[in-house]
Design a protein around this ligand. Sequence first.
Ligand SMILES: Cc1ncc(COP(=O)(O)O)c(C=O)c1O
Length: 392
Amino acid sequence: MQSRNSVTRRRFMGGAAAALGYAGLRPTGLLGWDSPPRPLRLTPQEYDYDSFAKLSSNENPYGPSERMMEAMNGAWKYANRYGYPDGDIQQKIAEHHGVESENILLGAGSGETLRVVAHTYLGHKKKVIGVRPTYLSVFGVATGIDADAIMLPLLDDYSQDIPAMIDATKKNYREVGLFYLCNPNNPTGMAVPADDVRRVLDEIPEDIPVLIDEAYHHFVEDPAYETAVPYVNEGRKVIVARTFSKIYGMAGLRLGYGIAPPDMISDMRTYTTGSVNALVRWGGVAALEDLENERFVRETTLRLRKQTTEELQAMGYEVLPSETNFFMVNTGRPAAEVRAAFRERGVLVGRDFPPMLDYLRVSVGTEEEMARFMTAWKEIMPPRTATTTTSG
Ligand SMILES: Cc1ncc(COP(=O)(O)O)c(C=O)c1O
């Protein structure tokens, strides 16, 4: 039985895949999203949602600013309309990036944008190139439409193996429909240097669309990182995905967008649902204008991340260097066990990210939430002595 499974799997991965050591989409369960780890993943209805420190989904704990709330409240008068003034959100986003309005495709969160991109470019059983672990939205669509994936392992330092991704793309050229680069990557929090992004675009065949997911752009400090938006102006086959869920605190409201050349935008438009509502549009405009709020969220988040990761390192725990509003810490034992202990103490932390099963992903919450996290950590995790730590 075991050998039959392994033969099937080897066939599925194919010769080149096996040689490169990458994983595809099947057998199911491989990616870890289709086997809910109950009882840890209770729905918000099943537990006392408000009482928990929610450090599991990389949200912004502060929510929309006063200015954004005011703008949204002022838009209630359009709730009964179809066509209404919407603060010119699409134009405002375009100006924010120095592109044209025709380069922008709005979505209900960047999650919609990622799904739209996947549907547009992964039909006819195409393959998506990416790494494992990474953000899985695109790969989820691929499974649903019978497309396939080439998911390459991360390097030993948990960075993305850009040369291997380029190589796999070239080797599978005719079957590859999309190249997905999460920058910085979720769940590791690590950024891809601008030189490597350029290398991808210069070295893979130029007709392969590259989706660069910059959900955590605003938290990056690494000077080697740059946004990929200028490539859109160069006319490259690039889609940059951005969200209002993280820095602007609108995860529950749903606003995101893709930035791409106009011909790609019109190919993608077919798959959108047009579900961005009046309140959210006005909230988005105010978010872009409220620079003080943006600075507050960024600075507070980075300060609390530094403080928490330094404390963990002082206790002897390895923390991956993060450029985001979350970080990964090596627990040295199955993170699922640690997560359960946190839940008992009213703290929710990230799920499993195979194959990094000993790492816990922790989102940066408020000062009070991070204090709760550290109190629980000290109860659950004994201090360690000699170990190598990486600065976070
Ligand atoms: C890398 C990445 N991309 C996209 C998203 C989707 O966010 P949203 O749909 O809220 O914009 C997330 C959410 O956590 C994410 O981590």
